[in-house]
Design a binder for this molecule. Structure first.
Ligand SMILES: CC(C)(COP(=O)(O)OP(=O)(O)OC[C@H]1O[C@@H](n2cnc3c(N)ncnc32)[C@H](O)[C@@H]1OP(=O)(O)O)[C@@H](O)C(=O)NCCC(=O)NCCS
Length: 164
């Protein structure tokens, strides 16, 4: 992937990326790490129905995304872009990659959860066609925050031709 003249490498994530993932998480969530070392390790081991991608510029991890396939649904488990690299299309690019992959695996819909007050993320999801589905009260227990569950029907996406 090319971004502002720089080449970004998109790769499947492995255990070797965990320390970088924790640093990136701290940076995007103001020092917090919603997923600790063990959560990442556990997720990365679910090779059969999960896929995690990392984006590097040289040795710097700039973004990652995860998706779990369950039945005919692609569920985005996590996504983050390093603050200095946000607003340049990387998040949209990664989400489109996952949507495309889910469709190729016969998914009929995509889902995700987002904090109800995360306007930036909700904006990106809405642009891609995700719609509010329902609210999960106190989903982020430690923060006493609610999650909005969003859904994208992949049959709609075909009609709208969002993925080019
Ligand atoms: C949510 C998140 C992943 C989005 O990643 P991103 O790479 O910034 O997303 P994009 O660049 O694709 O889109 C962000 C905005 O930049 C705009 N944009 C995209 N490409 C652009 C470009 N080349 N130039 C200027 N703006 C651009 C998009 O239109 C979008 O605008 P909006 O804010 O009005 O919706 C990122 O903000 C993030 O990591 N946030 C912290 C972690 C988080 O909240 N994760 C989600 C948990 S559910």
């Amino acid at each position: 992937m090319r971004l502002n003249g720089q080449t970004l490498q998109v790769m499947k994530a492995s255990d070797e990326n965990i320390s970088d993932l924790l640093v990136l998480e701290q940076e995007v969530y103001s020092g917090r790490t919603p997923w600790n070392k063990f959560s990442f390790k556990n997720e990365l081991q679910k090779h059969t129905n999960s896929i995690y991608l990392v984006v590097y510029e040289g040795s710097t991890l700039v973004a990652f995304i995860g998706m779990r396939m369950q039945a005919q649904e692609g569920h985005i488990t996590n996504i983050a872009v390093k603050p200095a690299y946000q607003h340049q299309g990387i998040g949209t690019f990664l989400l489109k990659l996952m949507i495309d992959l889910a469709r190729k695996n016969n998914a009929v819909q995509m889902t995700l959860e987002v904090r109800t007050d995360n306007e930036q993320a909700k904006g990106v999801y809405k642009k891609l066609g995700f719609e509010p589905n329902f609210v999960r009260r106190n989903y982020y227990i430690s923060e006493h925050a609610d999650a909005l569950s969003m859904i994208l029907k992949l049959s709609d996406i075909k009609k709208k031709e969002i993925i080019k």
